[in-house]
Write a protein that binds this ligand. Structure first.
Ligand code: NAD
Length: 473
């Protein structure tokens, strides 16, 4: 069994107990991880606080060089990290539409490299005989990062790289379901970063809450569920921490009437089912015009029945298991409620026998808004297909949800599709694609899908505060 430790002040650290990390493809533990408590949070924050002045004073070019070295470490250790991601999440090495651990590592490397090139130059807003006024960006201090289990390493990178580049020090807490790839990365990073600049603690919600309450943490960047995000917003009030919250979504996709649906079926299927639907901005509610409803259902059902489900370490696997037993139960419960609501199952609908947390890719027709499967984020391989007649009505229904992460409109008339997409209440509106994120495009949620954005210069700025310098003349 592989062993993993926490990482505090430049050294491995043991906790007060160890946790088993389950491989969801087998239901058995593959690793043991040291688990901490609020004392370990105190130690990690103290180390990060002590390291902050020197790291903040390190010239930008040197921090950039350090971040570039982190990208190199990810690249050099890609095979090992990919395997850890697959073991802990269940996601395939390759996967449906190549959205698996390979992409997770490729994304982690690409985001790191791209972010390293970003800058936040001084802005001059006035320079005349009255005054010189400049806007400077300063690091916040200690950043606490709390991550979920669906894209553990990539999301860790999204949090820590902009924090480090801008001169903050970091304490990261991965999900206890998927801590191994993050712990290995933080350990590797220890060869590049001064002691205390990046620390990792392990634990459940109580350890996250201890970070949120901690008076010496200046910002929490959190990716996870909306209910936890609400608790974090409340807790962060204790010392008015800055927050970035990337929360749950229930993204709608609308296919406009007359669209060539055979052409888009593969992409729609992948937008719904990659990583088993366990992606914040997966397509989770598909609205199809009545004239194409049955045909679209058939196209998706064919794909759901043909997709290869299995152990992610097997190169031929396209979809792995659901990441954990509790999430599997949520998916089963939503399937049951869809059945009770009169849903017509075009594919799947039940667990796949065996020890792993496998669930057959499931498409449910004949449900409408008001059914739990439509209104709630399933975060699993089950997608409702919803019929509509009128474009204004479908837009209203797509927007009648308290989440607003992403949304998409699919159509051959691109201008009409874009005009409709821009009326979606979502942080990102996609046209003829869904869920495709990239490091230069800000990403975040509106409504109850989040606060703030990540990526690009807008995302980088969230790890800084403004200091206005005015020199009177
Ligand atoms: P979760 O909220 O259960 O847990 C996320 C993290 O928060 C874990 O590390 C957990 O230990 C920690 N935590 C739990 N309770 C806490 C508390 N009271 N205080 C502080 N930390 C606490 O989420 P999850 O189940 O791991 O992830 C799935 C959810 O994440 C889905 O809703 C998904 O849509 C969302 N998500 C959003 C994005 C995005 O970018 N918007 C990306 C990925 C996942």
């Amino acid at each position: 069994m592989q062993q993993f430790a926490m990482y505090i002040n430049g050294a491995s650290a043991n906790g007060y107990k160890s946790l088993e990390v389950i491989n969801p493809a087998t239901g058995s533990a593959f690793a043991q991880v040291q688990c901490g408590n609020s004392d370990d949070v105190d130690s990690a924050v103290a180390a990060a606080r002590a390291a902050f002045p020197a790291w903040a004073a390190t010239p930008w070019a040197e921090r950039k060089a350090a971040v570039q070295k982190l990208a190199g470490l990810l690249e050099a250790n890609m095979t090992e990290l990919m395997e850890l991601v697959t073991l802990e999440t269940g996601k395939p090495l390759g996967g449906l539409a190549q959205i698996g651990s390979g992409m997770e590592l490729g994304g982690a490397i690409g985001w790191t490299q791209y972010t390293a090139e970003l800058e936040l130059p001084v802005e001059v807003v006035q320079d005349d005989d009255q005054a010189l006024i400049e806007i400077h960006r300063k690091p916040l201090g200690v950043v606490g990062s709390i991550t979920p289990w669906n894209w553990p390493l990539m999301i860790a990178i999204w949090h820590v790289i902009p924090a480090l580049l801008t001169g903050n020090t970091v304490v990261i807490k991965p999900s206890p379901f998927t801590p191994t790839s993050t712990l290995r990365f933080v350990e590797l990073a220890g060869s590049v970063l001064p002691a205390g600049v990046m620390n990792a603690v392990v634990g459940e919600g109580d350890v996250g809450a201890a970070m949120v309450d901690h008076p010496d943490i200046n910002k929490i960047v959190f990716t996870g569920s909306t209910p936890t995000g609400k608790k974090i917003m409340q807790g962060a009030a204790s010392n008015l921490k800055r927050i970035t919250l990337e929360l749950g979504g229930n993204d709608a996709g609308i296919i406009m009437p007359g669209t060539d649906i055979e052409k888009i079926a593969d992409e729609i299927f992948a937008a719904c089912f990659h990583n088993n639907g366990q992606t914040c901005a997966a397509l989770k509610r598909l609205y199809v015009h009545a004239s194409q409803y049955e045909q679209m259902g058939q196209l998706l059902a064919e794909r759901a029945k043909a997709v290869v489900v299995g152990d992610g370490l097997d190169q031929t696997t396209q979809l792995g298991p659901i990441q954990n037993a509790a999430q599997l139960r949520i998916v089963e419960e939503l399937a049951d409620s869809a059945r009770a609501d009169g849903g017509r199952f075009l594919a799947g609908g039940q667990r796949i026998a065996g020890d792993g947390y496998f669930f057959a890719p499931t498409i449910v027709a004949d449900l409408s808004d008001g059914s739990r499967l439509v209104d709630e984020e399933p975060f699993g391989p089950i997608v409702p297909l919803i019929k509509y007649d009128d474009i204004e009505d479908v837009l209203r229904r797509a927007n009648a949800n308290d989440r607003g992460l992403g949304g998409s409109v699919w159509g051959d008339d691109v201008a009409a599709a874009a005009a409709l997409a821009m009326r979606l209440e979502s942080g990102t509106a996609w046209v003829n694609t869904h869920g495709s994120i990239q490091p230069n495009a800000p990403f975040g949620g509106v409504k109850q899908s989040g606060v703030g954005v990540e990526f690009g210069a807008h995302g980088l700025a969230e790890y800084t505060s403004i200091q206005t310098l005015k020199i009177a003349r």
